[in-house]
Design a protein around this ligand. Structure first.
Ligand code: ATP
Length: 605
């Protein structure tokens, strides 16, 4: 069966292309955009449109009424043309507001990205500095800065930008923390992309929307603060800004009350437009579909004591896992051990099944090999060696992330359980296939595109170009899994780890994906480690099998032998559950072997 692109467009498709359209449909958003458009155009062309020199005094014509001698909006107390000052003032006011926003972004964005992504000491120090900055009374600091550094709008807006940076920092940090453990970020890591590349694309893309909104609001506040400082007489009288004009208007409030109206109107309209635009943008973006994380895995400590150990000392295998132990430190000093004493090996061109019920430690073992365990996990012991390269040394407590990132996406590839969550919803499928090829394998963009299209065809997608151009939500789950498989084999890996690659798919698609895996394994002569809870899949695809329960290896060996004569009661129960059509996704009760249990039955899918 060949899958087709989903007929009905998902809401996300509309959202992606429609944010701007929805913004235009919102009357307030449209009004804000029009006002800001006029203000920005005034800022750009104001100096050319100004009929008079904005700083040219003409005392004989001071406080002239609007319309006098060609002064459309009148003159101020020094006889300077109000319209010209208003037009030129738009430029300096906007530039000063932009300066504040840029300073806030330059400080808040990178620090927020790093703190959110890496956490740890940098996060602690940055958060502490942020808290200190936020506790400072902004207006006092601005007044002190003006007094100490001079009455320059540029200096005061730089200081204001610094004071606004904690807001940017916090927003970025929180947004990054929300996505840093998303499966598609892990998938990008497995594809071999560098941390900088992941932050620069997948993470930055997510924080862009809240940051645009925050920047709009900061610009509005900066204009208001600028006006307030200049109104207090702390502005540079030689720079015609709206705040300076407001100050001038209030000084002459009795002589020419209209003088305060023009800058007041300009300031309130612009500040209001920035704030309304920020809110309208948020409303437009809020309709976007939410891509949820999968629910966290339940922690169940292993109950039984150890198992089979494979002597790997002299063996030269593609992958050797020896006496691996993984645990999660708990409050109070104890450690929840989730993988204990696990040993197995995998050779090139071989398919090894890791089978067990839910919570038996299959994924934790796979993630240990991939270096994708959560930060809080600890390797308690053992070693993992890939093609002679030690990834975890015996007795070592940490994975060598450096070594792993060299191998991931080049020699070790990964197919995840949930295809949809492992594709970044923000980018097209083509982009996500091409990027690792250009970044990790250093292919040219044209070659990478050709290769990606070829791979899409290899994995059985009938219209590769259409899928290449589609966003993840526009394809079915089965097709998304084919795309991930294409991405996984794109680097011609030696080792492919597939973590329950068919669990999230419907039965007919499951069979196709398994067929595809079998074909690709033979075609690329890969060593495949297939994590599954389904003995049927093992029987169908694997050469050898490792049976796991409660974080330990119960039994391992040649698939045929184990299917015919399972040595352990748990294996029999697992096989029995499958033959009865049950899915061993919840804890199985190990019972005494039934005398009529026929282990010679050939297991199909
Ligand atoms: N972050 C974590 N903190 C604490 N315990 C965890 C964490 N992640 C997983 N575990 C525990 O590790 C054990 C093994 O989980 P693992 O995901 O490897 O099981 P599995 O055999 O792959 O199951 P499934 O088929 O459901 O994915 C489980 O008991 C789980 O509760």
């Amino acid at each position: 069966m060949t899958e087709t692109l989903a007929e009905t467009p998902q809401p996300a498709a509309v959202v992606r292309t429609g944010v701007f359209r929805r913004l235009l449909k919102n009357p307030l958003g449209l009004a804000a955009l029009i006002i800001l458009g006029i203000v920005v155009l005034t800022g750009i062309f104001g100096p050319f449109l100004a009929p008079f020199d904005p700083n040219k005094a003409d005392l004989a014509n001071a406080l002239a009424a609007p319309g006098t001698d060609g002064h459309l909006l009148g003159t101020d107390s020094a006889g300077r043309d109000v319209l010209s000052r208003l037009l030129v003032g738009a430029q300096s006011t906007l530039l000063a507001a932009a300066l504040a926003a840029i300073v806030a972004l330059l400080i808040g964005l990178p620090t927020g990205l790093l703190a959110g992504y890496f956490g740890g000491k940098f996060d602690t120090v940055a958060s502490w500095c942020t808290n200190v900055l936020m506790s400072l009374p902004a207006i006092i600091i601005l007044l002190a800065a003006s007094a100490a550094l001079g009455r320059s709008v540029w200096i005061s807006m730089t200081v204001f930008g610094v004071l606004m940076s904690p807001g940017m920092f916090r927003l970025t940090r929180t947004s990054v923390q929300a996505v840093r453990n998303e499966l598609y970020v892990d998938a990008a890591r497995v594809a071999g992309l560098s941390t900088a590349s992941i932050i620069g694309k997948h993470i930055l893309f997510v924080v862009r929307a809240p940051l645009i909104i925050q920047t709009s609001i900061v610009c509005g506040i900066a204009i208001a603060i600028q006006a307030a400082l200049e109104f207090l007489g702390l502005g540079d009288p030689l720079t015609p800004t709206w705040g300076v004009m407001l100050n001038e208007g209030f000084i002459n409030i009795y002589g020419s009350p209209i003088l305060a109206v023009w800058p007041g109107l300009a300031i309130s309209l612009t500040v209001g437009a920035f704030v309304v635009l920020g809110n309208a943008l948020r409303d437009a973006l809020e309709d976007a579909p939410k891509f949820k994380r999968t629910k966290p895995i339940q922690l169940t400590p292993p109950k039984t004591e150890s198992v089979t150990a494979v002597d790997l000392a002299a063996a030269e295998h593609l992958l050797s896992v020896s006496r691996l132990g993984v645990g999660y430190p708990q409050q109070g000093g104890s450690t929840k051990v989730v993988v204990t004493d696990v040993s197995f090996y995998l050779d090139r061109g071989e398919v090894l099944g890791i089978v067990g019920e839910s919570g038996s430690g299959k994924s934790q073992t796979a993630f240990s090999i991939l270096g994708l365990l959560p930060d809080e996990a600890e390797i308690l012991g053992g070693s993992i060696t890939f093609d002679g390269i030690p990834l975890v040394s015996a007795g070592g407590s940490r994975l060598s992330q450096g070594r792993l990132s060299e191998l991931r996406g080049k020699r070790i590839a990964y197919i995840p359980q949930e295809p949809m969550s492992n594709l970044d919803p923000n980018f097209t499928i083509g982009y996500q296939l091409v990027r690792p090829l250009t970044r990790v394998l250093k292919m040219s963009k044209a070659d990478a595109t050709a290769r990606a299209l070829e791979l899409l065809a290899i994995v059985g997608i009938t219209n590769p170009q259409r899928t290449f151009d589609a966003y993840p939500h526009e394809v079915s789950g089965g097709m998304a899994q084919r795309v991930l498989i294409a991405g996984a084999v794109s680097c011609n890996p030696d080792l492919l780890i597939a973590d329950e690659p068919t669990t999230a798919l419907d039965v007919t698609v499951q069979a196709e994906v398994l067929d595809l895996l079998r074909d690709l394994q033979a075609r690329f002569n890969m060593g495949v480690m297939l994590v599954t809870h389904n003995f049927g899949v093992v029987a169908d695809l694997c050469d050898r099998v490792v049976v796991m329960q409660n974080g330990r290896v119960v039994e391992s060996g040649d698939v045929r032998t184990i299917l015919r004569a399972p040595q352990e009661q748990y294996t029999r129960t697992l096989l029995g559950a499958m033959l009865e059509g049950k899915t061993p996704m919840s804890a199985l009760t190990v019972t005494e072997p039934a005398s009529e249990f026929d282990t010679s039955v050939k297991v199909g899918l």
